[in-house]
Ligand binder design. Structure first.
Ligand code: TXE
Length: 468
């Protein structure tokens, strides 16, 4: 498979003529060649988006809505193929792509297609003197940069609100997972999205991604990825005064109190630990368990972890480099004095598979509890009371999400309020309502997306004051 960039409604070769290998992490085979784009390709895409902007931004919301709904239908019609592509490209189990990734991509387009029909803006009346009203206008050309862990899920989470609110976009999917973005481009033609509204440029972050964040005609950047990369994106975009939304990493706590419903807690905390082989920014990689049930919990959790099936419950890590990183942290855990309660090894077969790994015996100051590993590796640490649970949970520079397990309603609310976290789940994990604000505190990000927050991000508020 030889991919092109999608610019102005057509697939074109990169100007350099250079291509990169796209590898299937489960087989280590090259499955596609993708453009190694540079600033010339990004510039062509931005120009195509700028040409499309005047007509698209003036297209009535009802019409834009219809086109987005058609795109959602087109994704649904090609569900099997997209799930297959996503699994092959990212290493995730096919069952997970079918359960999570593709349904969510469809939902993203449907959600924002209909959200724009129900949006309204503010009016501020100054007695009998004047009326102020707020116009929310699209920004122009926006840049969207997405990662490899939930490729179509996160790309559509950005494209849908961006174009629903009248912007045109240049999207840069991860160089490691380009296939579903490429298929989305084809489907956008079938759905009748006008040329230039969605443009997709493939290639390295340092080159193509960087060119997008530094382009003078890009009004905003919405980025999801690692915290270190997010910092580079911010450093490039800020001097150019681009609007910026950053969804970054996490080192999320799962706090289990002794009164929790343990059957349910086991089910959900296992999912929170190992879904998508731990490669979800919302995964709960630090488990804290109240002392009286600590031994029972560890025993039950380890037993269940051992039963996870390769290819069904977990897949391959994204790349050889990431495999090195994850196994490096397992070694570090041993050096820091941790005990590997189960797992700890690369699976002896082709593909970048690592056994689901549970580590005990480490304190909150260890690097393994401080740094984002982004793999199937969790720690379990005991705590003695509510105050200590909160202190442990808050002891990292991240603040994306948390999951708290207790049947004590008052405690649930108290702990939720005390956690440094953009999202707190009580007695559940990854239960997502697309209307709610989503984002991170501390080094997990800047800004919120989701629901009307996304529509606000992708529009500029303009106050109009009319004297009476
Ligand atoms: O992703 P990057 P990487 C975390 C996780 C992982 C680490 C590094 O800990 O191990 O980040 O992952 C583009 N200017 N997460 O390096 O670099 C890049 O091409 C502009 C958490 O694989 O964050 C890709 O499209 N763009 C995370 C996107 O940024 C740049 C999901 C994300 O890549 C760029 C993924 C630059 N200078 C990794 N450099 C989450 N929170 O969901 C790279 N990119």
């Amino acid at each position: 498979m030889h991919l092109g960039n999608f610019i102005g409604g057509a697939f074109v070769a990169p100007q350099s003529g250079n291509y990169l290998d796209d590898i299937n992490p489960s087989t280590e085979e090259v499955i596609a060649q993708i453009p190694d784009s540079d600033e010339r390709d990004v510039d062509a895409a931005v120009r195509a988006a700028a040409i499309a902007f005047p007509a698209w931004s003036k297209t009535p919301a009802a019409e834009r809505s219809k086109l987005l709904l058609k795109l959602a239908d087109a994704i649904e019609k090609n569900f099997d193929e997209l799930a297959e592509l996503e699994s092959r490209d990212s290493g995730k189990p096919l069952s997970l792509a079918r359960l999570l990734d593709i349904p969510r991509a469809i939902a993203n387009f449907r959600f924002f297609a209909t959200a724009i029909l129900h949006d309204s803006s503010d009016a501020h009346i100054m007695d009998a003197t004047a009326i102020n009203y707020t116009l929310r206008q699209p920004l122009g050309v926006v840049g969207l940069i997405s990662p490899w862990n939930l490729p179509l899920y996160l790309l559509s989470w950005k494209i849908a609100p961006a174009i629903a609110s009248g912007n045109t976009c240049v999207a840069k999917p991860s160089e490691m997972t380009p296939l579903t973005a490429n298929r989305l481009a084809e489907l956008s033609i079938d759905a009748g999205i006008p040329p230039g509204v969605i443009n997709i440029v493939h290639g390295y972050g340092q080159k193509a991604g960087r060119a997008l964040t530094t382009h003078d005609d890009v009004a905003a950047i919405s980025f999801t990825g690692g915290t270190v990369t997010g910092s580079a994106v911010a450093a490039n975009a800020a001097p150019r005064f681009k609007k910026l939304s950053l969804e970054l990493g996490g080192k999320n706590p799962t706090v289990v109190f002794a009164d929790a419903d343990l059957d349910q807690a086991f089910k959900d905390t296992l999912r929170a630990s190992f879904w998508n082989q731990g490669e979800i920014c919302l995964c709960g990689s630090r488990l804290f368990v109240e002392q009286p049930i600590y031994d029972t919990f560890v025993e039950g959790f380890v037993e269940r972890t051992k039963q996870l099936r390769l290819g069904e419950d977990y897949g391959a890590l994204i790349s050889a480099a990431h495999l090195e990183k994850v196994t490096g942290y397992i070694e570090l855990a041993k050096n820091e004095g941790g005990t590997i309660a189960t797992g700890g090894n690369r699976v002896d077969r082709k593909g970048y598979f690592v056994e689901p790994t549970v580590i005990t015996g480490l304190g909150c100051d260890c690097r393994v509890l401080q740094e984002e590993i982004f793999g199937p590796v969790v720690t379990i640490t005991p705590f003695t009371d509510e105050a200590e649970a909160i202190a442990f949970a808050n002891s990292t520079r991240y603040g994306l999400s948390a999951s708290v397990w207790t049947r004590d309603l008052s405690r649930a609310h108290r702990v939720a309020a005390a956690l440094d976290s953009g999202t707190v789940w009580i007695n559940t994990w990854l239960l997502r309502d697309l209307r709610v604000p989503f984002g991170g505190m501390k080094e997990s990000g800047v800004g919120r997306e989701g629901g009307f927050e996304s529509l606000r991000f992708f529009t500029e508020a303009k106050n109009v004051c009319v004297k009476l």
